[in-house]
Design a protein around this ligand. Sequence first.
Ligand SMILES: *Cc1c(COP(=O)(O)O)cnc(C)c1O
Length: 392
Amino acid sequence: MSEHKNISIFEHLNVKPVINGCGIYTDLGGSRLSPEVWAAMEEMNERFAHLPELMERAGARIATTLGAEAALITPGAAAGIMLGTAACMAGTDGAVSQRLPDVRGLKSEVLIQRSHRYKYDRQASMTGASLVEVGSETGATADDFTAAIKEDTGMILYPAHLESKAGSVPLAEVAAVAVRHDIPVFVDAAYMNYPTSVMSSFVARGASLVTFSAKYFGGPNAGGFIMGRRDLIEAVSNVHFTQYESGAYLKYGRPLKMDRQIVVAVICALEEWLGMDHEERLREYAACVEVLRTGLEGTPGLDLTPMCFTMDERLVPEPVNCLVIGISETSPMDGETLEQKLADDNPRILTVRDPGLRAKEHISDNIVVVVDVMTPEEAAHVARRIHALASG
Ligand SMILES: *Cc1c(COP(=O)(O)O)cnc(C)c1O
């Protein structure tokens, strides 16, 4: 898209463009699609496909690529949790798909470790299912799971990014209990995509279904997929959006419909992600941080530290993908004002503010600029603006 056209749609809608210094967030539109992914969407836009066929073939392609029995593309991982939970209750029964969220008589209890409660477990309960907490705030045991399983237990929800939390029961142990009681384990692995070999590891460790978000692998903001056991993916198909108008049942997932262009974007982005030189990707992040650092070097009152802003929003040393800008007590502008002025700029420059990080003497505040979806040109602009604003 040409620069001119880009600007004109923003002006047309009176929307300020954003330079994203935060990383991948739904509210910021996810990530930037590569020219190759965009080209695939464009090709699909020129022609039509029968969506049931496209969904099936795209799913089969993912299953083969990642070594699962079957898979289906979804409009994101949150949708994956919702559809997966609905599928575990409905199976391949079209009448049940039609009556959800009426769960009377169904196995509608979803177990989750109490210490694993998180924002997206809401998507499980949206189906009409109820969440049942296992263990305490500080942890749980495999025996707690065994004790919690009842006649109405229909699924176990396992957020993969919380597996490393102290006191949490490892996925393999939960899966071992689940398999004895024939209860599916659903894993939310939304951003567990690097190193790429981790993507196949959940099924290997006993997950019945796993969902990933495309927003984290360079795909569309409203894209993702669910993969796992063939019978359960068939059940997902029973609650997915296709064949609502043409089929026998008013299927549950009709509002979670997808564009054919998005379906191909998920596939192409995934294949690109799996084939990518990730060392090079990380070198590009570090180079972009270096553009920020050199552009800000010498600005009075700023302390510059390249660091890594992790997927779970912590600052660690490596691999570098952000610049932590410490603001000294003597700086003419405090962090909150600087953050606000950057956010009000045109284009807006959105940053992460971390006033909690005060390890250094005479530093009163911090602004973190994350470069995961920032170009070097944008980084140079961000450095110029921060320099100008911070110099007063
Ligand atoms: C972003 C995210 C989701 C939701 O994914 P979408 O594709 O945006 O629906 C679910 N779980 C976790 C851990 C996430 O970070």
